[in-house]
Design a binder for this molecule. Structure first.
Ligand code: GDP
Ligand code: IMO
Ligand code: MG
Length: 423
């Protein structure tokens, strides 16, 4: 048996949550492998929209087990709120939500350090979600972090205090003073730790190894997108984890040779939230329309997402880095009504026209080269079969499949579970 992976191929918010929810009916286990509450995964069914940050997107299915892997960073306060939001929907997590003891904890002071670091950067800020992601992964790789399993130890509060004091010392060195009430932050934190302690904390890699032996079907859910990867993204405007396929191995303890399908999700256009280069970004009415029609506002921070044309240079790169075997195209419905659609096929650089992602994609280094395709007028959101698609939309899909040399297996035409067309 194998583990299938599902990853975003752009700058996040491709629609991973929706598709994981749709695919869960075919899986026994859904496992998140990296990121933390910086993620916002939206699912919609029965007229209700749900946003998940740390909890895997298979949680609404009665049978699937949902695992938060060792590669995830957990803010117990946000996690508690997420669990509370699920209660009215009768989600029984006691037997189907398991958390790796090796996942790292986001402390209140990690969030403060994130805020202080961003404030100190001024105009050069990353545009972080300010959830403490960077500082927590820094403590993890710096071998100072606190893991979920540590809260079961007798001296856990000593460990907490030691790290907190180190953080307070670091904060005192920042010129931009951040206002905070540590007592208040800590009281919410310790309350949420009590709740976390009552959940199923496990050695998730062992659980998954056994599940593989038992021939269970496992889907690994990524957060963020390939262009936000710490190594392969638009550094330094990235997140602090491995968002690409390799992250599923380190974030769950699964070996590369058990990876099966790699599902790559992309939007029919492109968006980015936060700072950093975005070659195909639109600053005109077309970009504004994409944002309005596509409701392009961050599911975690509410910030407006920057919008632009699809970038095949970046997508080809993401497909190669991840070994994508199947594509899923989201939000084609948002493009209805544009007379023409641009597709970035190459970048113009000082060295000529290139079709691979160079070291820098800053505006001074690359200019996108477009091919223009005809648009379509029809509303796609009520279509339930590929046969109903307008010709120009079909041509757009075929064009992308050829250019990306990978089959597009799912076309999504709206946020709801039902607005999903399998090809
Ligand atoms: P994720 O982070 O990858 O899970 O994506 P987000 O949930 O942050 O953002 C995707 C947004 O697009 C959400 O508001 C979804 O409800 C919505 N969405 C997903 N698929 C479609 C689609 O095919 N069409 C439209 N119009 N909206 C979609
Ligand atoms: P999902 O899983 C879109 C962006 C932030 C910022 C940069 C670093 O919903 O696709 P961080 O908080 O990680 O320090 O922020 O990464 N970012 C996301 N953008 N979707 C996400 O997650 C993101 N998670 C982080 O906006 O630019
Ligand atoms: Mg999101």
């Amino acid at each position: 048996m194998s583990v299938d992976l599902l990853l975003g191929l752009q700058w996040g918010d491709e629609g991973k949550g929706k598709i994981v929810d749709v695919l869960t009916q075919d899986y026994d286990i859904i496992a998140r492998f990296q990121g933390g509450p910086n993620a916002g995964h939206t699912l919609q069914f029965d007229g209700v929209s749900h946003v998940l940050h740390t909890i895997p997107s298979g949680i609404f299915h009665p049978k699937a087990v949902n695992i938060i892997g060792n590669g995830v960073v957990i803010d117990p306060v946000i996690f508690q709120k997420e669990l509370e939001k699920l209660t009215p929907f009768g989600v029984d997590f006691s037997n189907k939500l398991f958390i790796s003891k090796k996942a790292h904890l986001i402390l209140p002071t990690h969030r403060l350090l994130d805020a202080a670091s961003e404030a100190a950067k001024g105009k050069a800020k990353i545009g972080s979600t300010l959830k403490g992601i960077g500082p927590t992964y820094m403590d993890k790789t710096g071998r100072n972090g606190i893991r979920v399993g540590d809260i079961l130890l007798e001296d856990w509060k000593d460990r907490y205090q030691q790290l907190r004091d180190k953080h307070l010392n670091m904060l005192s060195h920042y010129k931009n003073i951040i206002d905070f009430d540590l007592d208040e932050l800590e009281s919410a934190f310790f309350e949420s730790i009590e709740q976390l302690r009552g959940l199923k904390l496990i050695d998730s890699e062992n659980y998954l190894h056994q599940a593989l032996k038992d021939k269970k079907k496992i889907l690994a859910e990524g957060a963020q997108g390939s262009l936000l990867d710490i190594d392969f993204g638009t550094y330094p405007f990235v997140t602090s984890s491995t968002t690409t396929a390799a992250g599923a191995c380190t974030g769950l303890g699964i070996a590369p040779n058990v990876v099966g399908e790699v599902y790559g999700i992309f939007k029919a256009y492109a968006t980015r939230v936060g700072s950093g280069p975005f070659p195909t970004e639109l600053f005109d009415e077309i970009g504004e329309t994409m944002g309005r029609v596509g409701h392009e506002f961050g599911a975690t921070t509410g910030r407006a997402r920057r919008c632009g044309w699809i970038d095949l240079v970046a997508l080809r790169y993401a497909i190669r880095v991840n070994g994508v075997t199947q594509l899923m195209m989201m939000k084609g419905d948002v493009l209805s009504g544009f007379p023409t659609i641009n597709v970035c096929t190459h970048y113009q650089t000082a060295d000529g026209k290139i079709d691979h992602l160079p070291f820098s994609i800053a505006p001074k280094d690359v200019t996108p080269v477009y091919e223009t395709l005809p648009g379509w007028e029809e509303d796609l959101t009520k279509m339930t079969d590929e046969a109903a698609f307008p010709k120009n939309f079909k041509d757009y899909i075929n064009y992308l499949e050829n250019a990306l040399e990978t089959p597009i297996k799912i076309v999504s035409v709206g946020p709801d579970r039902k607005q999903t067309i399998f090809r």
